[in-house]
Structures are given as structure tokens and as C-alpha cells.
Design a protein around this ligand. Structure first.
Ligand code: OGA
Ligand code: MN
Length: 303
């Protein structure tokens, strides 16, 4: 199949053209896409035309799909496809309106972390001809590389606790989100988990900084005060302008990103009447890790 992968020239991102994602892809093409995703962090496939089923089938190639049991905004009959939208019908929201509106990594609060998110943009808000609601990313390969040597040394071998409730409460406290507090049952279903702060990326084989302001609450091997100071430093460090890339959406873009090598932020710069409607699948990192989080010996993608 004839297709091209064109890097954006920024710290992250490439554009993939010449593939019709509604059709099953040859294995070789798929392997090339996995490598490109590791290397560029964010891949955009413009001008796609996908049914929800086709979106699910494409995303499902990359690993096990997450089904968000607590979320009402699922495609009927296809619980792996979630709706992100600020649109309403008869006063009822059509989707989750405030997903990801601060820096975070998906599912770092889970034992099985996320590999990739696959978003299909159907309605994109615009003002004065310019699209709104960018998805911004930071490059965690570069953020690791850019750490001062003494920090690399100090944090080597350390682990961090990630808690789903951190982002949830921040949205309620700082963003006026209408989300109710998590119930004790919901909290019990998502207990905090630990992951290494520095991870060997299963596709690139290079180290990445695996921490994010949305969910990381504690460096386990440090006192609380030292951990707070170190996390504040890391959050500041990892979101510096030189690590950033902003994706500007067009309708019919399929956008996917690597959640191990990037962090992201949904920019909330559009108003309620400026409509956004996106379908999403979340892919767990099952092709790289066992259920308990230990790396698989040979990652299929690099074999
Ligand atoms: C997500 C997310 C970003 C966006 O789906 O995990 O953070 O721009 N979305 O909608
Ligand atoms: Mn997200």
C-alpha cells in the first residue's frame, strides 16, 4: 500500500496520508504505524470516513480496548466507542464535555497503562475560520533527555503513585466541572497504583519520563516534602514550551497518540454554542505489558 508519513517538523507529530482506515490494514503497514507512533508520538490521518464500528476495529488492532463502565456516553451497542462532546439534544448532553482539560496521561492510574488513544473528529469548533479545541502534547522522550543529570540520578529507580481521583477533584475545584465527587465504590474500583518514574519505552527502547500533573501524587521512596518538591519540579519541567506540540483539528481527522511517550491537554477555548463532537477509543498497553504491569519479554511490535 502506498502511503506517506510526514513529520510535522515540531518536537512531535506526523501526518499519515494515503491509507483508508475503514479497511483492514496489511500486517506490514500496521507494524510501520506502531513504529511511527513510538517515534513521532502523535499521528494524524486526515480525510477519513469511518463508522463507529470501523473506528473500533482500527483501534482494536493496537491492543485491548478500554470500556469505561462509569461513563454514560457510549455509542449504543458499541461500548468501546465513547463520545466526547459539548453538544446537547433535548437538553441532554450527547457526550463527556470536559474530558482531558488539563495536562495528563490517560490511564496512568491503572495497573495496565494506556498505549494509545484513537480519536475521530466529526464536528470541530471554529471561530473566524480558525479551528478551536486543540489537543496539545508534550514529548516525554525529550523531557527525560532534558532533565539535569543530578535529577536523572536522584530519581533513577524511583516509583510514583498515580491516583484517578486527583484529576477528578482538580476539575471540580478549579474548573467548575459539574462532575459529582467519586462515590466510595468508584474510588474503590480505581485504587491508586505505582509505576516507575523513568520507563524504557517499549517501541523506541529509549527512556521516557512517566509522570504527569493529572494523576501523579507521590514519589514513593521520598518523604512527602521531598516528593512534593520533586513533583512540582517535574511538572514544570515536562510542560516547557520546547517539549510542546499543538494539534489543530480538521473535521474527519483521525488522531492517535502514544500515552507512554507523551502527555496531553484538551484546550477548552470554545464556547457552549461552538460545537465539538469526537468519537474515541482507548487502547490499553496489553501488547507490551502483562496484566500485572511487568513488560513482556519480546514486544510484538519490535519483533
Ligand atoms: C482524551 C483527551 C483530548 C481532546 O480523550 O483522553 O484527553 O482534545 N481528549 O479531546
Ligand atoms: Mn486524555
Amino acid at each position: 500500500m502506498d502511503f506517506t508519513i510526514t513529520p510535522t517538523g515540531a518536537t512531535l507529530g506526523a501526518r499519515v496520508e494515503g491509507l483508508d482506515l475503514s479497511k483492514p490494514l496489511p500486517d506490514k503497514t500496521f507494524q510501520t504505524l506502531v513504529q511511527a507512533l513510538g517515534r513521532h508520538g502523535v499521528l494524524k490521518y486526515p480525510k477519513q470516513n469511518l463508522s463507529s464500528q470501523q473506528l473500533r476495529d482500527f483501534a482494536g488492532r493496537f491492543g485491548e480496548l478500554e470500556i469505561n463502565v462509569a461513563n454514560a456516553y457510549q455509542e449504543p451497542g458499541l461500548p468501546e466507542v465513547m463520545i466526547l462532546s459539548n453538544m446537547k439534544q433535548d437538553d441532554k448532553p450527547l457526550g463527556l464535555a470536559d474530558a482531558g482539560q488539563d495536562w495528563h496521561t490517560d490511564m496512568s492510574y491503572s495497573n495496565m497503562i494506556a498505549f494509545t488513544n484513537v480519536l475521530y473528529g466529526i464536528t470541530i469548533p471554529r471561530r473566524d475560520g480558525k479551528s478551536l479545541g486543540n489537543t496539545e502534547f508534550c514529548n516525554m522522550h525529550a523531557a527525560y533527555e532534558g532533565l539535569p543529570a543530578e535529577w536523572k540520578e536522584r530519581l533513577e529507580g524511583k516509583t510514583a503513585t498515580h491516583d484517578f481521583n486527583k484529576f477528578w477533584e482538580m476539575m471540580r475545584r478549579e474548573r467548575g466541572s459539574a462532575r459529582p465527587p467519586l462515590t466510595p465504590e468508584q474510588r474503590a474500583a480505581k485504587p491508586p497504583v505505582s509505576h516507575p518514574l523513568f520507563m524504557t519505552h517499549p517501541i523506541t527502547g529509549k527512556r521516557v519520563l512517566y509522570a504527569n500533573p493529572g494523576y501523579a501524587i507521590r514519589i514513593n521512596e521520598m518523604s512527602e516534602a521531598d516528593s512534593d518538591a520533586a513533583l512540582a519540579f517535574l511538572f514544570e519541567h515536562q510542560t516547557q514550551p520546547q517539549y510542546r506540540f499543538a494539534n489543530q483539528w480538521e473535521e474527519h481527522d483521525l488522531l492517535m497518540w502514544d500515552n507512554m511517550g507523551t502527555i496531553h491537554n484538551a484546550v477548552a477555548d470554545y464556547l457552549p454554542h461552538e460545537h465539538r463532537f469526537i468519537k474515541r477509543c482507548q487502547v490499553a498497553a496489553t501488547r507490551f505489558f502483562h496484566a500485572d504491569g511487568t513488560p513482556r519479554e519480546t514486544a510484538p511490535a519490535t519483533a
